[in-house]
Design a protein around this ligand. Structure first.
Ligand code: PEP
Ligand code: MN
Length: 338
């Protein structure tokens, strides 16, 4: 952090600025020029109250020179992180991960059937929502605990790790016991109480990017989880809100490149929620791999026209198998395996 003092500041104002910085846990270097005096923070400036500092009477401007996220930052952890999902599956590294399954768990027959089909096609893990964040309170809200039980059954049949979304802090303990990967949905990306509690668990967290979140806000949410001690975070780009309405969201593939540069955490792309259209999923999946994503999360439903949630963006198991064939061909071209 660098602080520029106002012309004509008083010695007392300078002392005040230095004290405020030191209270944040840094050493302060003072550089007195003929026209400008600059204070540089040496050490981790995350503890400095930037707002308070910038409001001090002698202070002209406060500039951050390093990112506010530390544990998620590639600067302090240059090697790529590989997140282990259990059952021999992982996200990150050379091998691409493909998480597939329905938007919501609807019945035993549906989830076990889809799980078997995506497993046969080569999926890494099974997704399925049991607690659904729906825009309308009158829409299907998910099967709740019964849905979790059915996911466990699908895992027992296929051996696939299960990925499912958490909505409430009340469920953290139950999720830690029952599921392999805890998904934080876009709408909860800044539910800081939830992030803090997940930071105290040992399970991998799939952290979706918020509907209108900047890359830095997204990485700060990862930091919340990591600051609590859980460093197993998988980032998920799922499209952001823009003026465009043709697609459900706008898939920000440049964010994949940005985040891979800024952070060591693995990144997966969700083309289903990004586009909202099943016919776009194949091409956008290929584009995601070309952009450097470590994997994908894709909605697959046995009967999309009758899905209780997100049928329009769900592909069938047959389409998923065809997509996996294409991705297997593409993988070596982007230096990966599938
Ligand atoms: C989902 O994955 O089912 C979901 C609700 O996604 P998002 O949080 O990205 O909208
Ligand atoms: Mn969905």
């Amino acid at each position: 952090m660098v602080v520029i003092m106002k012309p004509g500041f008083t010695p007392e104002q300078l002392r005040d600025a230095i004290r405020t910085m030191e209270e944040g846990g840094v050493k302060v270097m003072v550089s007195k020029g003929t026209e400008t005096t600059i204070l540089g923070a040496e050490g981790n400036a995350a503890g400095i109250n930037q707002e308070k500092l910038s409001l001090l009477p002698g202070v002209e401007r406060v500039m951050r020179v390093t990112e506010p996220y530390k544990k998620a930052n590639r600067k302090y952890h240059p090697d790529d992180t590989l997140v282990d999902l259990g059952s021999g599956a992982a996200v990150g590294g050379k091998r691409l991960a493909v998480i597939a399954g329905p938007c919501s768990v609807e019945s035993e027959e549906q989830i076990v059937g889809v799980a078997q089909a995506v497993k046969t096609a080569g999926a890494t893990a099974l997704r399925g929502g049991a607690f659904k964040p729906r825009t309308s309170p009158y829409a299907f809200q998910g099967m709740g605990n019964d849905g979790i039980r059915l996911l466990q059954e699908a895992r027992a049949v296929t051996g696939l790790p299960i990925v499912t979304e958490i909505m409430s802090t009340d469920n953290v303990e139950m999720f830690e016991m029952c599921v392999d990967v805890i998904q934080v949905g876009a709408r909860n990306m800044q539910n800081f109480d939830l992030l803090k509690q997940l930071g105290r668990t040992t399970k991998p967290i799939l952290l979706k990017r918020g509907l209108s979140s900047t890359i830095e806000e997204w990485l700060m949410s990862a930091e919340y989880i990591m600051a609590g001690g859980n460093e197993k975070v998988i980032l998920c780009e799922r499209g952001i809100r823009t003026f465009e309405t043709f697609t459900r969201n706008t898939l920000d593939l440049s964010a994949v490149l940005a985040v891979k540069q800024l952070s060591h955490l693995p990144v997966v792309v969700d083309p289903s929620h990004a586009c909202g259209k099943a016919w776009m999923v194949e091409r956008m999946s290929m584009a995601a791999l070309a952009a450097g994503a470590d994997g994908l999360i894709i909605e697959v439903h046995n009967d999309p026209p009758h899905a209780l949630c997100d049928g329009a963006q769900s592909i069938t198991p047959e389409q998923f198998a065809a997509l996996m064939g294409k991705l297997k061909e593409l993988a070596p071209c982007v230096g990966r395996e599938l």
